[in-house]
Ligand binder design. Structure first.
Ligand SMILES: [Zn+2]
Length: 443
């Protein structure tokens, strides 16, 4: 990581995303990685001053559901529905990942995320090699909650990815001890059974207990696809959400990705337990999974964040795309004003931080918070003129408009140049590691 210096962001258009929704033209002082002062700040000598008069300054994006292990598989699994996508393409590819290809995949994904203004993610790994992902997160400077995925149900999981219940739990506990709260809390662990379909009840119950014993989050997929919930109902004679609830997978320390097909009182269960939801509109559309009842969630004050999911079901890790779709795809059903662009920017920033239980530290520009901040050009031809700043960010701004990305006061990208990752080498390694991986599958 680059050396942390005190920084004065001078004269930007600051979109704070605080509770009051304050927006002002002014300065942001960052000392020791935290926001120490906001407003009009006089001459200071002890910090580096950056002219931001042509920039929008806002909190970095928080992706609540990502799979860095899949970035290498971008374009390898187009035009399939979830279970075919998993069984025919993603699981065979994942089962042939080795440490080098895992590293290439994670680094490529992290580079893409930083270039698009993401400062924090929640990541779900594959079954093996998760240390490599944490090493890449550590080196890159990105804030992350992550964990290996857990899969021990032999009837549905392919041999190459199947683990025993005890191995899965043992590996998870080892990773927690190694990585949870490293880098002064920038890296945290989320215990992550892949989904109910791939896990025994013993694994789910013990995983939930383990997470709570160590103060980790819980992260899984839920009710993404109708085939998935039918498999659970057939096996357990319970609806998917009630099944997950029975084994501990609801609550304020839980993120459920997708939550599209919720019936009966399943939505109420999410509300009553204050469970977090990761809404991933690109992935839900591309895998033809469906459209989550997002407006119902927002009306009922469910904590909702956005996420890109994995590169092969998107095919980008781009928060601007997720914001645009989250704002648009619900309009035909609920009405043009059912979700405002401000609500969408909230989900992409402070809302995501709330889902990951880190909103007291990041997610908005407020004094005392860690400086996870991005700068976006406010002079692009495709965004001007504007009437409303949130509308501009959701409907007009692009990934390439992000000029800098900063985590805890350190620039991870400045003037669109990555500071912790060699971009060219990363792309080259991804291409060559994918070629080797496909050779391993064929041999
Ligand atoms: Zn996913």
């Amino acid at each position: 990581m680059s050396v942390r210096e005190n920084i004065l962001l001078r004269n930007g258009l600051v979109v704070t995303m605080n509770q009051e929704g304050d927006i002002f033209r002014g300065d942001v002082l960052i000392e020791e990685g935290r926001i120490s002062k906001l407003g009009k700040i006089g001459k200071t000598s002890s910090c580096r001053e950056i002219d931001c008069s042509n920039l929008i300054i806002m909190p970095g994006f928080v992706h609540t559901h990502i799979h860095l292990c899949q970035t290498l598989f971008r374009g390898q699994a187009d035009d399939l529905t979830l279970m075919d996508w998993l069984r025919r393409r993603i699981w065979p590819l994942e089962s042939h990942l080795d440490p080098a290809s895992m590293r290439a995949s994670a680094r490529l994904g992290i580079a893409e995320l930083i270039k698009g203004g993401t400062t924090a993610i929640q990541d779900m790994g594959s079954v093996r090699h998760y240390d490599v992902v944490f090493e890449e997160l550590q080196h890159s400077g990105l804030r992350a909650v992550g964990g290996k995925c857990m899969m021990d149900y032999s009837e549905t999981v392919p041999k190459g990815l199947l683990e025993t219940t005890s191995d899965s739990l043992r590996q998870t506990e080892r990773l927690i001890k190694m990585w949870h709260n490293r880098e002064d809390g920038r890296l945290r662990y989320a215990v992550a059974p892949r989904f109910a379909v791939s896990c025994t009840t013993e694994l789910l119950r013990d995983a939930a207990d383990m997470a709570r014993e160590h103060g980790c989050l819980l992260h899984t997929h839920a009710s993404e696809n109708r085939d998935e919930i039918a498999l659970v109902e057939k096996r357990e004679r319970l609806s998917n959400l009630h099944f997950l609830h029975k084994y501990g997978f609801t609550g304020e320390d839980v993120t459920l990705a997708h939550c599209i097909w919720l019936g009966g009182n399943e939505k109420q269960l999410i509300v009553d337990t204050n469970t977090g939801v990761a809404h991933c509109p690109s992935s839900n559309l591309k895998l033809a999974s469906g459209i989550a009842p997002l407006v119902d969630y927002l009306i009922r004050d469910v904590r909702v964040g956005l996420g890109a999911d994995g590169a092969p079901c998107n095919n980008n890790l781009d928060m601007f795309m997720e914001m645009r779709l989250a704002a648009m795809i619900h309009k035909p059903r609920y009405g043009a004003d059912a979700i405002t662009s401000e609500q969408v920017v909230r989900m992409a920033t402070i809302g995501g931080a709330e889902v990951l239980n880190m909103a007291d530290e990041v997610g908005s520009i407020e004094t005392g918070k860690k400086a996870d901040i991005i700068g976006i050009t406010d002079e692009a031809v495709h965004t001007q003129p504007r009437r409303d700043i949130y509308g501009q960010l959701v409907y007009a701004t692009h990934y390439h408009d992000v000029q800098f990305t900063m985590v805890e006061g350190s620039f991870l990208m400045e003037k669109r140049e990555l500071t912790t990752i060699d971009e060219q080498a990363t792309v080259a390694a991804a291409t060559s590691e994918l070629r080797k991986l496909i050779d391993r599958i064929r041999s």
